[in-house]
Ligand binder design. Structure first.
Ligand SMILES: Cc1cc2nc3c(=O)[nH]c(=O)nc-3n(C[C@H](O)[C@H](O)[C@H](O)COP(=O)(O)OP(=O)(O)OC[C@H]3O[C@@H](n4cnc5c(N)ncnc54)[C@H](O)[C@@H]3O)c2cc1C
Length: 505
């Protein structure tokens, strides 16, 4: 094993939404930071792939197999690169709504409260939106949090046919709003990401060492098991050992628990920081269903997400429990989630030559229906002979079904309207639920809370059992938000930096 003789103030593991953001914030404060990332730099052309290739190659799947609920191996859609999953995200950066922090009364049962309020997070949301250059327009979404200052950047332009469709929806009493989007304003790069806004600024600082191709295997503790003394990473086939005053785990909701489970010792027989047996449990994955609508005129299938609809967020005319949110999807040839789902599209791509997919894309307008799920201790990440095993059964699916049917009814009403021009009626609206492999919206596997018996880390992300170990990524979320939570991960990471700074002074 090669031992790095430098001692860092902080070692950060993973450079995605949480890790990249923390690297920038800590380095700006002048701390000596080592950022370990298992991937490398993803070329611009790869990250913004827009074409049939998105479907044909095994794009955006690392050369790794995980085991699913049925015991069979599967290829997860996850990015190992500087920036992590933000390299291919839709860039929609939403704040959680105030009442979500108290725990939503979902159809099956009440979701857990966060132990934090919206007011606790508000300053960090504002900072996160500034850092990630979120472009948007306040005031058009009736559910948006109260008293929020305007976005610093005007909304990103959307395709004219989407604007026309938003007008059509408005005529039918729907309240579409411009999605808040992270954007660098570079025409070559349709979204901002954690490499651009996190890793790159950190890299400019002399106190910071950024190492790509460094896959952290396990953490080593002192003889009493109370502190991490060494971070072991595999670099070019060689084992390296790094040491730091503080260690921040930000390897994402699947790999963070996997690293902890691999790091068991005499003092931590079930895995590091796992006295509560909660490491890896309570995996939540936003429920996602894509819905296709027939466009009247061809489009090029290469554009980003544009509008959201939260009219059914808290329920509808029939039920008073939350259903979820709707987003206009990106073009079929650009929104990476479509390559994973729905199966109906994947099937078409296998059966038809390139032209078929281009044609399908050019005639489609896409939507995503998103609903929260509840934490369930049986939904978990564990290890099977050192490989990742994911056991997952969806819950709260009736609420999601209602959302999907409600939205299809709305689409049908708009299509039947003689004033509508950009979409046309169709006998069916093809739709498909995202499969287990679409794992990008995972959270909850090392949840934070004040009670060490039921959580892995406290509300500052500090693990209950290991003094210098902090968790900072999506695995901390105690409940699943009703829409994408990338901004919440970033804001929470910034909040965690404040706590870390106090032990680094
Ligand atoms: C196709 C797609 C579209 C999405 N669109 C949106 C959207 O529009 N809005 C939204 O809010 N969210 C979106 N998401 C979800 C969002 O990307 C995640 O919620 C967010 O990135 C989670 O941040 P994280 O820091 O927890 O993990 P990640 O961003 O995944 O970062 C984890 C990092 O850790 C690294 N890593 C893993 N294991 C190790 C190891 N052993 N050693 C070293 N490094 C390691 C990884 O390579 C990665 O860089 C999308 C996700 C996908 C996949």
């Amino acid at each position: 094993m090669i031992i790095d003789d430098r001692h860092y103030d902080v070692i950060i593991i993973g450079s995605g939404a949480a890790g990249g953001t923390i690297a920038a914030a800590l380095s700006e404060a002048g701390h000596a930071v080592l950022l370990l990332e298992r991937g490398g730099s993803m070329p611009l052309a790869d990250q913004n792939l827009a074409g049939v290739e998105l479907f044909r190659k095994d794009r955006y799947h690392p050369n790794e197999r995980w085991f699913g609920t049925d015991g069979d191996p599967f290829a997860p859609q996850t990015i190992y690169a500087f920036g992590g999953n933000t390299k291919i995200w839709g860039g929609v950066l939403e704040r959680m709504r105030e009442r979500e922090f108290a725990g939503l009364p979902l159809q099956e049962r009440q979701a857990p409260a966060w132990g934090l309020s919206y007011a606790d997070m508000e300053p960090w949301y504002a900072e996160a939106e500034r850092l990630y250059r979120v472009h948007g327009q306040r005031g058009s979404d009736p559910t948006e949090p109260q008293g929020t200052a305007p976005f610093g950047f005007a909304p990103k332009p959307v395709e004219p046919f989407l604007s026309a469709l938003a007008d059509d929806l408005q005529r039918h009493g729907v309240h579409p709003y411009r999605l808040p989007l992270s954007w660098s304003e570079s025409s070559r790069d349709p979204s901002g990401d954690a490499e651009l806004f996190g890793v790159e600024p950190a890299r400019q600082r002399v106190e910071v060492v950024v190492r790509g191709g460094a896959a952290v295997q396990r953490l080593h503790v002192n003889p009493s098991g109370s502190e991490v003394r060494g971070v072991e990473a595999l670099i070019d086939g060689q084992s390296w050992l790094f040491s730091g005053h503080q260690v921040v785990l930000a390897a994402g909701a699947i790999n963070t628990p996997a690293i902890l489970l691999r790091s068991g010792s005499d003092h931590h027989p079930r895995g590091l920081a796992n006295g509560s047996d909660q490491v890896g449990r309570n995996l939540m994955k936003l429920q996602l269903t894509s819905i296709l609508q027939l466009a009247s005129e061809p489009n090029d299938g290469r554009y980003g997400r544009g509008f959201g609809v939260n009219d059914y967020l808290w329920g509808d005319q029939n039920v008073s429990f939350p259903l979820g949110s709707i987003q206009s999807g990106g073009g079929v040839l650009q929104d990476a989630l479509f390559a994973e789902s729905p199966p109906v599209l994947s099937l078409v791509t296998k059966l038809l030559p390139d032209f078929g997919l281009e044609q399908l894309a050019s005639r489609s307008i896409t939507w995503w229906a998103m609903s929260p799920v509840l934490p369930d201790p049986h939904n978990r990440v564990s290890l099977r002979n050192d490989h990742i095993q994911v056991n997952y059964r969806v819950n709260n699916f009736e609420a999601h079904d209602r959302l999907v049917y409600r939205w299809i009814d709305t689409l049908k009403a708009v299509e039947a309207d003689p004033l509508t021009r950009v979409v046309r009626g169709a006998p069916t609206h093809p739709r498909g639920e995202a499969p287990l492999s679409a794992i990008g919206y995972a959270c909850g596997t090392c949840r934070m809370g004040e009670n060490p018996a039921s959580s892995v880390a406290n509300l500052q992300g500090r693990t209950h059992e290991v003094a210098n170990l902090t968790i900072a990524d999506a695995s901390l979320l105690p409940a699943c938000p009703a829409m994408g939570f990338g901004l919440t991960v970033i804001a929470n990471a910034l909040r965690i930096v404040e706590g870390l700074s106090s032990v680094l002074r």
